[in-house]
Design a protein around this ligand. Structure first.
Ligand SMILES: *Cc1c(COP(=O)(O)O)cnc(C)c1O
Length: 404
């Protein structure tokens, strides 16, 4: 393939059959305003220069690539490498798009960022960006999630954000989205809505991909410098799909590089036990865009589960739906158990405690290693595991039950 990134999405935000923007009429002009502002600003030299400055002097980019030597030796097959997004300021890749969205807001003359958050990771990253730019930040979060993810609520408040508890319906992510949209409608002049992955109505899937592309651009250059070659495989976990699109963007035109997205198989393939949207989903619509969707018997978004709360979404980015359909990327999965095994293995063998989300990608690479002897696998380590420590050690111990 060549020039892939220039070909999709089209001007209406379609990646083949997926994407678009299906909005209540009151919101349509505001998403158009964001799309137009982004078109204008993304070519502006001062915007690009400011973003580069922030990435280097605030976020700590470029993040390195590490050769997971001990893990590779232990597995005795392929060589595994890690793109270290866990070393980004605030501990994950999410700051790549949050800083860029906040900078866009500033260039548009907005004073406030609004978003929903599930586990709180997007909320924390956005609150960090808001603090940096001196913008107000309003984060909507279900009461169930607030109780579960208390450290992230504290972080958001420390960073100066207002956390709005959402007390209707199931009081989790879906209601938080509804609540945030409602609030945004009342303040579209001064605020911008900041989506946390390559999902949502146009222009967000394209915009967030562009902001995350830095992962793939750096990784391609670093990998060639380190090994003399392109990797044979690149692997990333897929929730909405932003860290995966970031990595894939760097390699999508390289036909020899196989792209792998890893979905959460949770406790198994039964409805409600996983969030493997591409593996089991059907074309449909969710939160204002077309993609593959996990639905229940009534056609409503199905309940989902993953040990990694950043991956449990019944939809997926339109571009992943497209890359799957055209066969350019392969989508596999890792179960909760395989993920825990990878979490403990990387901690003990490499001295790197990975986020449970990222552990899915590591688990998949570990499964691939034996059957791909002599090949190279580059895994996107999307975040660090500090946020998951209490949950993992309280429930599963320190690895006694997961021998290497
Ligand atoms: C949020 C999160 C993810 C999932 O989001 P994507 O948009 O699929 O990348 C993955 N890893 C970490 C560490 C996260 O915080």
């Amino acid at each position: 393939m060549s020039g892939y990134l220039k070909q999709v999405p089209d001007k209406d935000g379609y990646f083949g059959n997926y994407g678009g923007a299906f909005l209540p009429p009151q919101l349509e002009p505001h998403f158009k305003e964001i799309a137009q502002a982004y078109e204008r600003i993304s070519g502006d030299a001062s915007y690009i220069a400011e973003l580069r400055y922030i990435r280097k002097h605030y976020q700590g980019r470029p993040t390195p690539i590490s050769h997971a030597r001990n893990l590779s030796t232990k597995l005795g097959g392929a060589n595994i490498y890690l793109k270290r997004e866990d070393l980004n300021h605030s501990g994950a890749h999410k700051l790549n798009h949050c800083m860029a969205e906040a900078l866009l807001a500033k260039h548009m003359g907005k004073k406030k960022l609004i978003a929903e958050t599930g586990a709180g990771q997007h909320g924390v990253a956005l609150a960090t960006a808001a603090a940096y730019f001196g913008l107000d930040c309003e984060i909507h979060m279900g009461e169930v999630d607030i109780a579960k993810e208390h450290p992230n609520v504290k972080r958001m408040k420390l960073l100066g954000a207002t956390v709005v508890p959402v007390s209707f319906g199931a009081r989790t992510l879906k209601e938080a989205v509804d609540s945030a949209f409602e609030s945004y409608l009342g303040q579209t002049e001064e605020a911008i809505y900041a989506i946390g992955s390559v999902v949502g109505p146009h222009p967000f899937p394209k915009m967030v991909r562009d902001f995350q592309q830095i992962i793939g651009v750096e990784a391609r250059e670093q990998f060639i410098e380190m090994t003399g070659n392109l990797p044979d495989h690149v692997v990333a976990c897929v929730g909405g799909g932003s860290n995966a699109m970031g990595l894939f963007s760097g390699f999508v035109d390289d036909d020899t590089v196989q792209l792998h997205g890893v979905e959460p198989m949770g406790k198994g393939p039964k409805e409600g036990d996983h969030a493997a949207t591409i593996t089991f989903g059907q074309p449909g619509q969710i939160h204002g865009f077309k993609c593959l969707v996990l639905t229940d018997a009534n056609g409503e978004p199905a309940p989902v589960h993953s040990i990694a709360s950043g991956l449990d979404y019944p939809g997926v980015g339109p571009e992943h739906s497209h890359l799957h359909e055209i066969g350019r990327a392969k989508y596999g999965s890792a179960t909760d158990e395989e993920t825990l095994q990878a979490f403990y293995a990387l901690s003990r063998l490499e001295g790197i405690i990975p986020a449970l989300e990222s552990s899915h990608a590591v688990a998949y690479a570990m499964k691939m290693a034996a059957t791909h002897a002599g090949e190279t696998i580059l895994v996107n380590l999307s975040g660090r595991g500090d946020k998951d420590l209490d949950y993992v050690t309280d429930n599963f111990g320190h690895g006694e039950d997961y021998p290497l």
